[in-house]
Ligand binder design. Structure first.
Ligand SMILES: [Zn+2]
Length: 80
């Protein structure tokens, strides 16, 4: 099977542009620490990489947006 590299590269380029934009918006919206760290998807407490998949519900994602805590740190702090 042949892969059209041109399409893959273009798709990657768009993806990068969106990520870039998201990062800029994050920096503008969140400003200083700990919220600045949240914009680069890193937990403010354990400093591990944060992914959307690890959150158990929308509320936890919202909480991450506020506190910058990953799911396991939220569980630890809020005693879930
Ligand atoms: Zn954490």
């Amino acid at each position: 099977m042949e892969i059209d590299l041109g399409v893959a590269q273009r798709a990657g380029g768009i993806d990068m542009a969106i990520n870039d934009q998201a990062e800029k918006i994050g920096q503008i919206a969140f400003g200083g620490s700990p919220r600045a760290r949240a914009a680069i998807s890193q937990c403010v407490k354990c400093e591990k990489q944060v992914t959307h998949e690890q959150f158990t519900d929308a509320l936890s994602i919202k909480e991450y947006g506020i506190s910058g805590l990953c799911q396991s740190c939220q569980d630890e702090i809020f005693g879930v």
